[in-house]
Design a protein around this ligand. Structure first.
Ligand SMILES: Cc1ncc(COP(=O)(O)O)c(C=O)c1O
Length: 458
């Protein structure tokens, strides 16, 4: 880090409070200031180039220098830089994007509703679900079930849906009416000799027990990511979604698929719901919708959700919810162009093909003494690092080895991210096989460097 008092790093320490950062450690270590992007690469102030193997925050599908998105933004900015959708107002990019998303949906959807972030979209989903229960004359049906280690964002409602301690501790969360059920992580949670199918059945039983204990008439919806992302890239075991959905239909509970990471090709299908046979009532979309060039998110809702909400808005006089920036025309124009690129360049097929290569190369590390599990689908994966392979326990403290390897990755020219000891890989969907090989070689060097420090045989 450049320690001169007026350096960008020093000014960052002086003036900027970071998200998801230890604020005191940051005062010592300072930031990594990223100055520009090019394809799958980003470059820091000192001119060091990195492969961005997390696509920013799981989001930059088309890479960091897509001129067509820049042009789409400039065109829209010059024509109509801002408008909204309150009081029946609309604009062309929003109409085009709503139509496009409803047509892309893997199950029949009725309407698209626009927000600015994944968190806002999940908050909105929760409010829509409560509003609908009231509309249906079922005011007791307000509880929402999500999962331990699920991630749905950080606003008060969506952080409550999130099932991770760092999002609850000292924030006085979760709020009431949010319940958490078991994590579908076979490697960590299965009983000895329990097959994936048996484990999935046990988790569906857990869910049913929770519903019965709370009273089925009080449960409104279940929220889940097709693959859990920030919880450590947890791929559901065989039969999981089928069995969970059978329980939800039995008690007429809505299903919300949080596709914020999986949506738009990440798993090798357009949506994670297709990869896992999920039939949601609401889909939550963000990140790769615009490759995060501009903030935009959306909910797709089916007629079962829209119908009662529309009637209730008629009874009250309005649907009293909306955001100033929701469906911003420039963000919507960028999203439309981004979706066009994903289709034209068959980035979903690329995620499938290059993803298969990435998965195969990563799985070769499964026998390494510091690797507990390698998991993933398409272009999303994690390597779970352990200190004691047999007992699946961490080296020193939880997250220490993950942090160590992640640090070596950066020194080796690759930006990855450790969620505790799970080191995640989620590169832009434009990545090629030779570029995946560079990521893997950096990982191999980083793992060996860590092994040297940990004192483990490699
Ligand atoms: C599955 C999922 N849902 C919701 C969110 C929250 O999105 P945002 O950070 O845009 O609020 C995220 C963010 O990583 C996510 O991964």
């Amino acid at each position: 880090m450049d320690a001169r008092p007026n350096s960008p790093e020093a000014r960052d320490i002086s003036y900027h409070m970071h998200g998801y950062t230890n604020a005191r450690k940051h005062e010592e270590a300072g930031p990594l200031v990223i100055e520009k992007g090019d394809g799958i690469y980003v470059e820091d102030l000192a001119g060091n180039r990195y492969i961005e193997a997390m696509a920013g925050l799981w989001s930059v599908a088309v890479g960091f220098s897509e001129k067509r998105l820049v042009d789409a933004a400039v065109r829209q900015m010059s024509k109509l830089p801002y408008y909204h959708d309150f009081g029946s107002k609309s604009h062309s990019p929003l109409i085009d994007l709503a139509e496009k998303l409803v047509q892309m949906a893997p199950v029949p959807m009725s309407k698209a509703y626009f927000t600015n972030s994944g968190s806002e979209a999940n908050d909105t989903a929760m409010k829509m679900i409560w509003y609908r229960s009231n509309a249906l004359g079922q005011p007791a049906r307000k509880k929402i079930i999500s999962r331990i280690r699920g991630y749905h964002g950080v606003t008060i409602a969506s952080a409550s849906l999130t099932g991770l301690p760092n999002n609850h501790n000292s924030f006085d969360l979760p709020i009431g009416n949010v319940l958490h059920t078991s994590t579908p992580h076979h490697w960590r949670e299965a009983l000895p000799n329990e097959s994936e199918g048996e484990f999935s059945s046990r988790l569906a039983d857990d869910l049913e027990k929770l519903i019965l204990a709370e009273g089925p008439e009080t449960i409104a919806a279940f929220f889940g990511e097709p693959i859990m992302g920030a919880g450590g890239v947890i791929v559901p075991p065989a039969g999981y979604w089928e069995k969970i959905q059978a329980v939800l239909s039995k008690y007429d509970i809505l299903l919300v698929a949080d596709e914020v990471i999986c949506g738009f090709g990440r798993t090798g299908e357009m949506f994670g719901s297709q990869t896992f046979g999920i039939r949601p009532d609401i889909m939550v979309l963000s990140k790769q919708i615009s490759s995060s060039y501009l903030p935009i998110s959306a909910l797709l809702i089916n007629e079962k959700v829209f119908g009662p909400i529309a009637d209730e808005s008629n009874r009250i006089g309005t649907f009293g919810h909306g955001f100033t920036g929701g469906g911003h025309p420039v963000a919507a124009a960028v999203a439309l162009e981004n979706l066009k690129l994903i289709e034209e360049r068959d980035l979903v097929g690329n995620a499938r093909r290059v993803g298969a290569h990435m998965q195969e190369r990563l799985r070769k590390f499964a026998s390494h003494p510091l690797v507990g599990e390698v998991r993933g689908v398409g272009l999303i994966a994690a390597v779970e690092l352990v200190g004691d392979k047999a007992n699946k326990t961490p080296w020193e403290t939880a997250g220490a080895l993950g942090g160590l390897v992640n640090g070596f990755m950066q020194q080796n020219g690759v930006i990855s991210r450790n969620m505790g000891d799970a080191l995640a890989f989620c590169p832009p969907l434009i990545i090629t096989e030779p570029q995946v090989d560079q990521v893997i070689e950096a990982f191999e060097r980083s793992l060996e460097a860590a092994a040297g420090q940990v004192g483990s045989p490699s």
